[in-house]
Write a protein that binds this ligand. Structure first.
Ligand code: BES
Ligand code: MN
Length: 460
């Protein structure tokens, strides 16, 4: 592997410059105003991958943003790995909280700052650079590699499931590898075996056909903001538990072994509290912080709008108010079932003075994957070679919708081998990626190709 290691070291500066080029595209999937930036980003990737001489490289249009796909054939008889990543990013606002502009990548203190640096451009680009390093030093990859980069992960991957269903042959593989999670700590190599799911809803309350004078009509028309506040407040109790009937029916209790393993991970709740800047941590009574983040479901409200919020005072009786809310789900909850249960609960709680509209924006089921599959073991060996110690196994609280679909539709094991850090500001201002981890990810990826191709007990 040392030829690959020295190639990566030698070309490190250029790798970082290319990553900066990729980060310059404001590929914000949720914002229609950026649709052409998303497309240009996909085209840049197509160009870039073409320079690595794949047997096939293509942009697939979807009803939304395009999918980038490429294949490098390995020697006959070797396994096929499908690497997934997403080139779309979250919106960058509020812009004034960034120390440098989100789409002008800047290197400071060994970190590259830009929206998408850790989530997920820096992480999947490490695999691209690993492909380059192996091809330039060994002429051929030791296995067949397929690359699937989507532009809609941050909006719930609305077009990916049908794409997988229609292109099973294109995506056929023995294992899927994804780097879109985190290292548990810097220097602690990490493999993730569980992600939470998500059920994301929008609730709109209407109490009149139009805004009204609150002096003239106040007292005879209900207030939509108060109705909405009441509805939201009724969805959880004072113990941090969701009050939707049936919500916990399918929630698996953490096993004694898993509780024990989580308790053994180095963890300092006070350090976390300080990092977040919360006066006191919150959460469901009876569970540790890591349990609450990884294996318990939650309810959150993301935004609420209604009425007059300008400067000064306006005596309006608003006609509508709305909120965006979501539930993080854990095995064996199903997003569709939870959406139905929440909808029924909100309907039952709605007063006859208001009409309440509930829309499901997106859903993804939670996943639990076996930590003991051939590609997982190969990933563990690769991590140990690069980091000098074996990985820790964790679950995480975030959601990657496609993981469940790969399992369900392709029937192959998935490996979640992330190199981000949860302190890197994903979805927040000043997002960054540690360049040290970008390089380690590149080396680990190349090592993984070798370890998985040659199997247990191979001589490197
Ligand atoms: N990279 C994250 C997923 C993630 C976050 C995994 C934290 C593990 C820990 C991904 O890009 C993401 O943000 N996903 C969204 C999914 C949603 C929009 C369907 C999420 O979790 O909110
Ligand atoms: Mn994300």
């Amino acid at each position: 592997m040392s030829a690959i290691g020295s190639y990566i070291e030698q070309h490190r500066q250029r790798f970082v410059e290319e990553l900066a080029d990729l980060l310059r595209f404001p590929s914000i999937s949720t914002d229609p105003a950026h649709a052409s930036d998303v497309r240009r980003c996909a085209e840049w990737l197509l160009e870039h991958l073409s320079s690595l001489a794949p047997q096939r490289v293509e942009l697939f249009p979807t009803a939304g943003h395009p999918i980038v796909y490429a294949v490098w054939e390995g020697p006959a008889g070797t396994p096929t790995v499908l690497i997934y990543g997403h080139y779309d990013v979250q919106p960058a606002d509020p812009l004034e909280l960034w120390d440098s502009p989100p789409f002008e990548p800047t290197v400071r203190d060994g970190r590259i700052y830009a929206r998408g640096a850790t989530d997920n451009k820096g992480q999947f680009f490490a695999h691209v650079k690993a492909i380059e390093a192996v091809l330039r030093t060994h002429k051929q990859l030791p296995l067949t590699l397929k690359l699937l980069l989507e532009g809609e992960e941050e909006i719930g991957s609305p077009n990916l499931r049908p794409f997988i269903e229609q292109h099973r042959d294109l995506l056929a593989c023995d294992a899927v590898l994804i780097s879109d999670t985190a290292l548990y700590r810097d220097d602690l190599p990490t493999l993730c075996y569980g992600l939470r799911g998500l059920c994301y809803l929008e609730v709109t309350v209407r109490t009149a056909a139009t805004d009204l004078h609150s002096g003239v009509f106040g007292g005879v028309v209900d207030n939509p903001i108060l109705v909405l506040a009441h509805l939201l407040d009724r969805l959880r109790d004072g113990y941090g538990r969701v009050t939707v009937p049936g919500f916990y029916d399918c929630v698996a209790d953490p096993s004694a072994e898993e509780r024990q393993r989580l308790a053994e991970l180095p963890f300092d709740a006070e350090e976390l509290r300080r990092h977040i800047g919360a006066p006191l941590l919150f959460g469901e009574v009876g569970y540790s912080v890591l349990e609450r983040r990884w294996l318990r479901p939650t309810f959150d409200v993301h935004g609420i709008v209604g009425g007059f919020t300008g400067s000064g005072a306006k005596t309006v009786l608003p006609a509508t108010a709305s909120a965006k809310l979501s539930f993080r789900l854990v095995p064996y909850q199903r997003a569709d079932d939870i959406a139905a249960a929440v909808t029924a609960t909100l309907r039952a709680l709605s007063p006859p003075t208001a009409s309440v509209e509930i829309r499901l924006l997106h859903g993804a089921d939670p996943v639990l994957i076996s930590p003991d599959t051939p590609p997982m073991r190969a990933a563990a060996r690769a991590l140990e070679r690069v980091f000098g110690r074996p990985p820790v196994f964790v679950r995480e609280g975030g959601t990657i919708p496609v993981v469940g679909w790969f399992t369900e539709l392709l029937h192959v094991p998935v490996v979640l081998m992330g190199f981000g850090l949860e302190t890197e500001g994903a979805h927040a201002p000043n997002e960054h990626f540690h360049l040290k981890n970008f390089i380690r990810a590149t080396l680990t990826s190349a090592t993984f190709f070798h370890e998985y191709a040659h199997g247990e007990g191979a001589i490197s």
